[in-house]
Design a protein around this ligand. Structure first.
Ligand SMILES: CC(C)(COP(=O)(O)OP(=O)(O)OC[C@H]1O[C@@H](n2cnc3c(N)ncnc32)[C@H](O)[C@@H]1OP(=O)(O)O)[C@@H](O)C(=O)NCCC(=O)NCCS
Length: 332
């Protein structure tokens, strides 16, 4: 394997379920209102997977599109990383299921769990692997949080949606690709966002079928405070590492959890509104899928030029955070 100096994105893709769950639909399910949801979160609707649809189904569809966009064949992939906390099963890895379906016989495959920061974490792993000599690495962010959401709990069920986003990484020209990154975690906040049942601490066989621990639990206020701080601080660090300021950034693509969190982070860095990508209104919080879905939508607009600087930043369960700055293009 030949090491490379620079690793970047060759192509992107996304997939979301067909079913749309609107705020009006939620008004019929819990004591909430469109007005409350829009003013507190910015969310208007989200996509919800069908009962048959699992993480690998959405991840596979997003992967096919990313492979097509990057003109890479599945058989050329050396590695597949799937960032998810709602894989098809605890094991095998969803990455292996997708590897089999793609026919990516040469590729190693593993899952990475860092909550909503998962895709930014996997981007960092992928770019390091490309620099170590891997030629083609597929990174998928996919989550199907609707499967672990309690639709009688208004404090969480209005927030989440399902989806997948993907990118293929490979060697790029000097000065392009991932220029700087910042990853971190604060495990003391592990209790603030979790799925209590179904692991080795509390196996699902040991609890009743209607045990509330079978659903995602979140301390909204604690996560909110953490998110504002982590997004802002991580953005600051990654800008410093790349020796750039907010004004240099062409596209700011934050994790889409809450419009208020996005605006408060962006306001610290004088990033003009037209450079901040927002789709939380259409998808809600899709966890590890949120940043790659947003990136793929930005690329699809055709406005991303060779040489543009893209800043991605996320936060999530763990608690975790991550950011990266990429120079777009430079594909050899
Ligand atoms: C969840 C969140 C939107 C709540 O917004 P908030 O402004 O902090 O609201 P609060 O939690 O203070 O709740 C205010 C009131 O609204 C109520 N409320 C909560 N959900 C509601 C809903 N869907 N509809 C109507 N009222 C609701 C609360 O019960 C509370 O009522 P009370 O004052 O009578 O107790 C916000 O905390 C948040 O976005 N947190 C971060 C979540 C996140 O990003 N998670 C994913 C991490 S990757």
């Amino acid at each position: 394997m030949m090491p490379h100096g620079f690793a970047g994105i060759l192509g992107t893709g996304r997939a979301v379920p067909e079913r749309v769950l609107t705020n009006a639909d939620l008004e019929k399910m819990v004591d909430t209102s469109d007005e409350w949801i829009v003013t507190r979160t910015g969310i208007k609707e989200r996509r919800i997977a069908s009962p048959e649809e699992a993480a690998s189904d959405l991840g596979y569809q997003a992967a096919l599109k990313a492979l097509e966009a990057s003109k890479v064949k599945a058989s050329e992939l050396d590695l597949i990383i799937v960032a998810t906390i709602t894989g098809d099963m605890p094991f095998p890895a969803t990455a292996c299921i997708i590897q089999g379906r793609l026919g990516a016989t040469k590729a190693a495959a593993f899952d990475l769990a860092a909550g909503c920061s998962g895709w930014v974490y996997s981007l960092e792993v992928a770019q390091s692997m490309v620099k170590a000599g891997y030629q083609r690495v597929l990174v998928i962010g996919v989550d199907v949080l609707s499967k672990i959401t309690d639709y009688t709990d208004r404090s969480t069920c209005v927030l989440f949606g399902d989806g997948a986003g993907a990118a293929v990484l490979g060697p790029v020209k000097e000065g392009y690709g991932v220029l700087a990154s910042d990853l971190g975690a604060d495990g003391l906040g592990a209790d603030y966002l979790k799925l209590p049942v179904g692991g080795s601490r509390c196996p699902s066989q040991t609890v009743a079928i209607d045990d509330p621990g079978r659903y995602l639990k979140m301390s909204g206020n604690e996560v909110f405070k953490f998110a504002v701080r982590a997004m802002g601080d991580s953005t600051q660090r990654v800008l410093e590492k790349a020796n750039l300021t907010g004004e240099d950034i062409s596209w700011f693509i934050p994790h889409q959890a809450n419009i208020r969190i996005i605006k408060s982070a962006a306001s610290r860095f004088n990033i003009p509104e037209d450079r901040i990508y927002i789709n939380v209104d259409r998808y809600g919080n899709t966890s590890a899928a949120s940043i790659p879905i947003a990136l793929d939508e930005v690329v699809e607009t055709g406005k991303v030029q060779d040489g543009d600087l893209i800043l991605v930043v996320g936060f999530g369960a763990g608690l975790t955070w991550g950011s990266a700055i990429l120079r777009w293009g430079g594909v050899e």
